[in-house]
Design a protein around this ligand. Structure first.
Ligand code: C2O
Length: 598
């Protein structure tokens, strides 16, 4: 299947690697800034132990890669992102700012707002508050020389799998009240997203903390995995242990890695969709089995990846999601990758036999499946990959983003306060990802109809936005003509400003899996596929509970610039927008659809 063995010249180092890789933007991966050597390469693993001393030169980069080459580590291209020249973000002041402040865990679940037990309507009923601690330590960057390379889960050697299983087994065997215990770790996710914490530390005891659907999605989960990985490593006494990533964005990685299905292992979870244990993952999962063939699924998956990471993530807000400050709720909308593939993958693995799609199919229980952490390892990898795309593909610099804090227990059971600003560079946190093919970078969707005037021809059959009375219900397919404020823009204008479609004020039932797809200039909506250019993206929400309300409100955004170019509709002054409900849309209402420039 789609492997793209193109030897590439890494411009930064000025040499050609023998590795097959379509990771074409590797030259823009930051120059390596540490002097690194392989300390104790282990035979059966595709990683070596990397020892790093701080220096900065291009030759080092070459040496690291050659070392791996000598060891015949195929497909491994190891990069250590640059810290040279980086601002010391720890000193970013929080002037007049309102970041969401880490919760006071002693107040977990005791506020009237959170006086319910998360998931209490499930057979098991769970309180997801962590053990209390009187002392909070400030985070310090890891000082050890050891570097962790997170490997692709489907490429693990038998000994790495054994090590992974052992670490999880030990985590499960820890005393129930040990914060490193497996269930305690799972509860972290539940507490931060099911209303157990309020923003009382920021002065808003009546507003809950929610780490999904906003710019906090990537950094929160990065920190969560950081501690999780270190706990696992310490339990097997292996400081090089890197959390494998479920490589669902490449054909060979699109099934659940088979060792997760071994019922005698600690990685096993009985609450998974039995129909999907060996199936090709569906990154656009609609909440029910689909007729799509495996080959089509692979094609669709690669196109979805391209849409979400390339077309729909041309700037930081589109990629990370909307702002979320103290006192508010995350209403501006989640980032492209968070919506999909992240959310559909959760639901695709979750068990439809369970009332709430447990484990992975619901936020409160997601962390109880070992696969959650490998899923999120790949989600986190998307952040690293996205930043190599150049241009506006940079971290958010808003001080409220940077100064948001969380608390986690570390591998020594210390409660540690961390800031978003300290997790932006994985090399500072002592880890990176194994380099593997990124085939979707070349999977730009193909137009079904390449012609202008589609919207114009629909006048009379389809209502204009001005003739539609909002809010509208999404209990059936919505078709609407949307006027473009600008058309026929120059190349330069397009580079400066991305044209973005906004579906505004989406009110949905937060206790259901909700998904709808958005198509542009598609005249035949019975026969759609994410592999066609007309597919603009998907809105998807995993069920989660809020105290006292079932409705949530948010926005959806999709990039139009490249899509309209590919459809040759760039000169049209209107577009035909189709919203197709896929799951849980019966009660959705939408306040508006418009086009903005960002
Ligand atoms: Cu916090 Cu994948 O969810």
């Amino acid at each position: 299947m789609a492997s793209l063995p193109t030897p590439i010249a890494a411009a930064a180092g000025g040499f050609t690697t023998p590795y097959s890789s379509s990771f074409t933007t590797i030259s823009s991966w930051p120059l390596f800034s540490k002097k690194c050597s392989i300390k104790s390469p282990k035979q059966t693993h595709h990683y070596g132990v990397i020892k790093c001393n701080a220096t900065d030169s291009e030759n080092n980069q070459k040496r690291v890669i050659e070392s791996l080459n000598n060891l015949d580590r195929r497909n491994v291209l190891l990069g250590l992102g640059g810290i040279a020249g980086a601002v010391n973000l720890t000193s970013v002041p929080s002037v007049g700012a309102s970041p969401v402040v880490a919760p006071d865990i002693s107040k977990c679940g005791t506020n009237p707002l959170t006086g319910f037990k998360a998931g209490a309507d499930t057979p098991e009923g769970t309180d997801c508050c962590p053990p209390d601690s009187t002392q909070i330590m400030d985070f310090q960057f890891p000082k050890d020389d050891v570097f962790r390379v997170r490997p692709a889960a489907h490429l693990l050697s038998p000994s790495y799998i054994a090590k992974f299983k052992l670490a999880i087994k030990r985590m499960k065997e820890l005393p129930a009240d040990d914060p490193r215990n497996f269930l305690q770790q799972a509860h972290i996710h539940c507490a931060y997203c099911n209303g157990a914490y309020t923003q009382s530390s920021s002065g808003f005891p009546d507003v809950e903390i929610q780490i999904h659907n906003s710019w906090l999605f990537f950094p929160f989960h990065r920190w969560y995995l950081y501690f999780y990985e270190r706990i696992l490593g310490s339990l097997i006494d292996d400081p090089t242990f890197g959390l494998p990533f479920w490589n669902w964005d490449t054909p060979a990685g699109m099934t659940i890695p088979n060792y997760f299905n071994d019922s005698s292992s600690a990685l096993f979870d009985s609450k998974r969709n039995q129909a999907n244990l060996t199936a090709v993952v569906d990154l656009g999962y609609n909440g029910k089995p689909s007729e799509t063939s495996d080959l089509e699924k692979v094609t669709n998956n690669l196109s979805i990846m391209y849409r979400q990471v390339v077309t729909n993530a041309t700037d930081p807000t589109l990629f990370f999601g909307g702002e979320y400050r103290a006192g508010s709720e995350p209403i501006r909308g989640g980032g492209s990758v968070e919506q999909s593939p992240h959310t559909p993958v959760h639901r695709w693995v979750g068990d439809p036999r369970e009332l709430n799609g447990e484990d992975l199919g619901n936020f409160y229980s997601a962390g109880r499946d070992t696969l959650f952490y490998c899923h999120h390892s790949n989600v986190d990898r998307m952040w690293s990959l996205w930043k190599t795309l150049g241009g506006k593909h940079q971290d958010i610099t808003d001080p409220d983003f940077l100064n948001t804090s969380f608390v986690f227990y570390d591998e020594k059971k210390n409660l540690v306060r961390v800031y978003v600003k300290d997790c932006l560079r994985t090399n500072q946190l002592g880890y990176d990802y194994q380099r593997v093919d990124v085939p979707w970078l070349k999977s730009r969707p193909v137009p079904r109809t390449r012609k202008s005037g589609i919207a114009k021809r629909s006048i009379g059959r389809v209502k204009k936005i001005s003739e539609t009375s909002f809010p509208v219900k999404l209990n059936k397919t919505i078709r609407v003509l949307v006027k473009r404020p600008k058309s026929s823009r120059t190349q330069e204008e397009k580079e400066n400003e991305q044209e973005v479609l906004v579906v505004q004020g989406i009110e949905y039932d937060s206790e259901q899996y909700v998904k709808f797809d958005v198509y542009v200039n598609d005249e035949d909506d019975d026969n759609t596929s994410p592999a066609q250019t007309e597919y603009a993206g998907s809105f998807a929400q995993l069920p989660h509970k809020h105290k006292g309300k079932m409705k949530s409100k948010t926005n959806f955004r999709a990039g139009l610039t490249e899509l309209l170019e590919d459809l040759e509709a760039d000169d049209d002054d209107m577009i035909l927008v189709t919203l197709i409900p896929r799951s849980g849309c019966g009660d959705i209402t939408i306040e508006g659809i418009n086009i903005i420039y960002v």
